[in-house]
Design a protein around this ligand. Structure first.
Ligand code: SF4
Length: 81
């Protein structure tokens, strides 16, 4: 076996591991998206390019608006479309 040859079994094991990792990520993202708005970043700022009643617009210095959504209600009702 040359050093460049691919071990098929290891290749398929790696693909299965990657699938499991991505499936886990997707499952967690789906769960979190049920209560946390996908536009809220890690610092609780809003990244949406549209208006939303949960944006704290009291500070308008060009920085992202803080999200004041509670994560307890359906955030989609606040979107201004
Ligand atoms: S709930 Fe509204 S303000 Fe909060 S992150 Fe989502 S879109 Fe932005």
């Amino acid at each position: 076996m040359s050093s460049n040859s691919v071990n098929k079994n290891r290749y398929f094991e790696s693909i299965k591991k990657l699938e499991a990792i991505y499936e886990n990520i997707a499952t967690n993202a789906t769960e979190v998206s049920k209560w946390r708005c996908p536009y809220k970043d890690a610092k609780d700022n809003c990244t949406a390019k549209f208006g939303c009643r949960n944006q704290d617009r009291s500070i308008n210095d060009g920085s992202p608006f803080p999200c004041i959504g509670s994560d307890k209600l359906d955030y989609r009702n606040a979107w201004e479309v």
